[in-house]
Design a protein around this ligand. Structure first.
Ligand SMILES: CC(C)(COP(=O)(O)OP(=O)(O)OC[C@H]1O[C@@H](n2cnc3c(N)ncnc32)[C@H](O)[C@@H]1OP(=O)(O)O)[C@@H](O)C(=O)NCCC(=O)NCCS
Length: 165
C-alpha cells in the first residue's frame, strides 16, 4: 500500500537534487525556466514536500518570485514525484496544497512551463503570446493561472524578482 505525507518544507539539497535528476534527467538545468531560478530563491512559505512511510523524499514543489512585465507573479516548479509513486494523485495533491498557500497571499499570477492537459485540471490556461521568456519556449506550454481577464492582459518579459521574496 502506498502512503505519503505532504508537509510544508524545503528538502535538503542532496535529497532534492537526487529526486530532480531522477524525474527530469540530466538536461534539466538547460531549460529556459531554469534561467528564472538563477539568482533567485524559492518563496519559503510555498515549499512543500512529500515523504513516504519510511521518511524518504518522494515529491517536491516550489515557487519562485517573478515579474511578468510589471506584474508580480510566481513560477511553479519544479514539481516532481518519484517514478515509483507516480499516478497516485500525489502530484495533484502537492499542487492543490501549494496553490492554496499561494492564493492566500500576495501573488495574483502563477506561471509555469508544462503540459496543458495535466495543469488545466488545476486551472491553468495558455499564457498570451505577449508574455515572453528569456529563452526559447514552446508557447503552447507556457501556462498561467489567475483571474482570466487579468491573465489575458499580461504582457512583457518575464524576469526573476528576488526582491519580492
Ligand atoms: C508530472 C508529475 C509531477 C505528475 O505526478 P503524479 O503524482 O504522477 O500525478 P497525479 O497522480 O496527480 O496525476 C496522474 C494523472 O496525470 C496524468 N499526467 C501525468 N503527467 C502528465 C503530462 N505530462 N501530461 C498530461 N497528463 C499527465 C497521468 O496520465 C494521470 O492521468 P489519470 O489521472 O487520468 O490516470 C510526475 O509524473 C513527474 O514528476 N514527472 C517528471 C517530472 C515532470 O515532468 N514534472 C512536471 C513538469 S514541471
Amino acid at each position: 500500500m502506498h502512503s505519503f505525507k505532504i508537509t510544508p518544507c524545503r528538502p535538503d539539497a542532496a535529497s532534492l537534487t537526487a529526486l530532480l535528476d531522477l524525474c527530469f534527467g540530466p538536461g534539466r538545468l538547460a531549460r529556459t525556466a531554469e534561467r528564472l531560478r538563477e539568482g533567485n530563491s524559492p518563496v519559503p512559505d510555498y515549499d512543500f514536500c512529500a515523504h513516504d512511510a519510511q521518511g524518504q523524499l518522494i515529491g517536491s514543489i516550489s515557487f519562485w518570485p517573478l515579474y511578468i512585465g510589471q506584474e508580480p507573479a510566481v513560477l511553479l516548479g519544479p514539481l516532481a514525484v518519484h517514478p515509483e509513486h507516480q499516478g497516485l494523485g500525489l502530484g495533484e495533491q502537492l499542487m492543490q496544497t501549494a496553490l492554496q498557500a499561494v492564493e492566500a497571499t500576495r501573488f495574483p499570477f502563477v506561471l509555469l512551463v508544462g503540459d496543458l492537459p495535466y495543469y488545466e485540471r488545476v486551472g491553468f490556461q495558455v499564457a498570451p503570446r505577449t508574455v515572453r521568456l528569456p529563452g526559447p519556449v514552446d508557447p503552447t506550454r507556457l501556462l498561467v493561472k489567475g483571474d482570466s481577464a487579468l491573465c489575458a492582459d499580461l504582457t512583457g518579459l518575464v524576469r526573476p524578482a528576488p526582491d519580492l521574496c
